[in-house]
Design a protein around this ligand. Structure first.
Ligand code: 5GP
Length: 345
């Protein structure tokens, strides 16, 4: 008989952060930098732990350049050639510590990863991506070949899968199945997990073993980024919030005098046609394609996100991002926004 879990699982929209007494006078006093030492690679990290997603139109070299100025991180999408990598790393060596190379789990992927890491030896981060995180064997192989690289792997949503991936050699586990802005997994498969609860449970499992997690997907506004950190995420990955900018891939499209950019899921028809010659017969696409209003340079959005997270910290009395989850009490709500004038701002 199928089992039903009756514990309530929550999304970002289901909660707000409870304000707490604070002695902080200004947002400018808040320190968003974090320093981590990773469990398996023993590598060390310092920066503001917000990560651009390894999606075609988000994880671009242009995005990495813009974000690295704020010490933010970029998981580069997997469609750059070895020569592209070599050229970029030669011209922008200061940016490389803020970048991860992404890989799938196919045979060709392992070879390509070898070529890129050989061409760019300063590259320290490898992001291993499969939709449902059953990548343990691949992670073990990557760990064997790359003992000192920091490995991000996912995606998973349960504590036991987090533990398995960490024990297989991963350092940072990507958490999130189904919450993404252009993801249709929940609709196509009925599978998923509310993101806030996934982060709380997976962070607990990872931290127990000395590992780290990335909350991946589902952030729609700066408040959601704060909620993900409050829930225990060490890093927060953004796709849709960084789409539609000058640094995002793709052309600007003009329609009725308004400018847009194309944004699509990595397993959408658009991505599969572009990279794999169409959707394979045995699988349905699990991503959609949308036109996002063109927003100009990404640094305006980044300032908005960082300003929001700093402000959260002052409301709950956290002088540092590091203290945010300790100062977090979530309250369940039935409504978080007043939408009388629309939902946009
Ligand atoms: P967002 O920040 O846009 O809400 O979520 C970004 C995340 O959505 C990505 O980092 C990735 O994990 C996930 N994602 C991207 N493309 C697809 C897709 O086509 N299908 C699914 N299921 N997830 C996707």
């Amino acid at each position: 008989m199928p089992r039903i879990e009756n514990d309530i699982k929550l999304d970002f929209k289901d909660v707000l952060l409870r304000p707490k007494q604070s002695t902080l006078k200004s947002r400018s006093e808040v320190d968003l930098m974090r320093s981590y030492t990773f469990r398996n690679s023993k590598g060390s990290y310092r920066g503001i732990p917000i990560v651009a997603a390894n999606m075609d139109t988000v994880g671009t070299f242009e995005m990495a350049l813009a974000l690295s100025k704020f010490t933010l991180f970029t998981a580069i999408h997997k469609h750059y050639s070895v020569d592209d990598w070599k050229e970029f790393a030669t011209k922008n060596p200061e940016c490389v510590p803020c970048m991860a190379v992404s890989t799938g789990t196919g045979e060709g992927d392992f070879d390509r990863l070898g070529e890129i890491t050989a061409a760019v030896p300063q590259l320290q981060y490898i992001c291993v991506d499969v939709a449902n995180g059953y990548s343990e064997h691949f992670v073990k192989d990557v760990r064997l070949k790359y003992p000192t690289h920091t490995i991000m792997a996912g995606n998973v949503v349960t504590g036991e899968m987090v533990e398995e991936l960490i024990l297989a050699g991963a350092d940072i586990i990507k958490v999130g199945i189904g919450p993404g802005s252009v993801c249709t997994t929940r609709k196509k498969t009925g599978v998923g997990y509310p993101q806030l609860s996934a982060v709380i449970e997976c962070a607990d499992a990872a931290h127990g073993l000395g590992g780290h997690i990335i909350s991946d997907g589902g952030c729609t506004c700066p408040g959601d980024v704060s909620k993900a950190f409050g829930a225990g995420a060490d890093f927060v990955m953004l796709g849709g919030m960084l789409a539609g900018h000058s640094e995002s891939g793709g052309e600007v499209i003009e329609k009725n005098g308004k400018k847009y950019k194309l944004f699509y899921g990595m397993s959408s028809d658009t991505a599969m046609k572009r990279h794999a010659g169409g959707v394979a017969e045995y699988r349905a696409s699990e991503g959609k394609t949308v036109e996002v209003v063109y927003k100009g340079p990404v640094d305006v959005t980044i300032r908005d996100v960082l300003g929001g997270v700093r402000s959260t910290c002052t409301y709950v009395g956290a002088g540092k991002l590091k203290e945010l989850s300790r100062r977090t009490t979530f309250i369940r709500v039935t409504q978080q926004l007043n939408t009388v004038f629309g939902n946009d701002n």
